[in-house]
Design a protein around this ligand. Sequence first.
Ligand SMILES: Nc1ncnc2c1ncn2[C@@H]1O[C@H](COP(=O)(O)OP(=O)(O)OP(=O)(O)O)[C@@H](O)[C@H]1O
Ligand SMILES: O=P(O)(O)OC[C@H]1O[C@H](OP(=O)(O)OP(=O)(O)O)[C@H](O)[C@@H]1O
Length: 311
Amino acid sequence: MGHLALDSESLHGRLLFAIPKKGRLHEKCLELLAGADIQFRRHNRLDVALVQNHPDIALVFLPAADIPSFVGKGNVDLGITGRDVILEAQMESYVTEVLPLGFGRCKLQVQVPERGAIRTVDDLAGKRVVTSFEVLAAKHFAAVDERLGLVGEQRTQIEYVGGSVEAACALGLADGIVDLVESGDTMRAAGLHAIDTVLPTEAVLIRSRAAKSAAHARIIDKIHARVRGVIAAREYVVCEYNIPRASLAVAAAVTPGRRAPTVSPLDAVNGEEWIAISAMVRKEEVADTMDRLTEVGAEDILIFNLDNCRV
Ligand SMILES: Nc1ncnc2c1ncn2[C@@H]1O[C@H](COP(=O)(O)OP(=O)(O)OP(=O)(O)O)[C@@H](O)[C@H]1O
Ligand SMILES: O=P(O)(O)OC[C@H]1O[C@H](OP(=O)(O)OP(=O)(O)O)[C@H](O)[C@@H]1O
């Protein structure tokens, strides 16, 4: 196949799905697309890629911060971005959050120099705050200012910078900042500490509220189901074990599964009726679940990773 000349003709009728083109969410989104078997070849320098095995979908690679307005205004049908940037773009009433994706988890926090006189948001109110999230920071401090009765010139000054926010205090530009924190490494390296949380956030799948064709609605449902399966496969394992039938109720309480555990009869062992139980268990609860199952008399407890699933 030669190079594709992408024009509105080749995109005609295709559902457009926006993916962050770089940054923290990019790689994770590519893994998700692979898990959902959405195959594409992205040609050099092109931000649009036709999906090879779904002739009705095209991917659009955009900055994460621009995705909410593209989806909100209906230029793009579906997208993945951070909840923080949706709220910052004030697009929450124009997009529908279809699914939280379990990655890109971090917090938008108010930070000040560790060695300084400012200890609380109330101390910081009325001073200078630098951020890339001016809408969310302004809303947060408007409430603080109001509570403290700060008006006019006394109110907190919010100033926008596009990047390197964490350097603002050291550079003398700000008394505090509002920025994203995950591990806290960036914050600590800049000599800052968090004194308040504006918002916890994670990556989400969003769709446009702008009216679309029934055909598009069907494709969105299909992508949604696939992505949900990939996410669930990462979060869950399958737990299988054997237990006397008499203990079914107590075992089912330990492993209720997503809907209900699967129960299969086993041949009687020494006259006692046994069953095999299979249930999905959250990965982070596996060790605890195995301990509890052992306590209630389960044997041959096996844990299986999931490659993919439909739930
Ligand atoms: N440290 C982090 N841990 C987890 N998620 C993050 C982290 N930093 C950012 N995110 C999420 O990823 C989104 C995009 O952030 P990122 O910093 O990668 O943006 P970007 O597109 O590279 O823009 P720029 O680097 O120009 O600021 C954020 O809005 C947030 O939802
Ligand atoms: O708490 P941490 O784990 O240190 O993560 C927080 C940092 O991550 C993000 O920036 P990123 O490193 O993605 O680069 P950017 O500053 O170019 O956006 C964010 O803007 C913080 O600076």
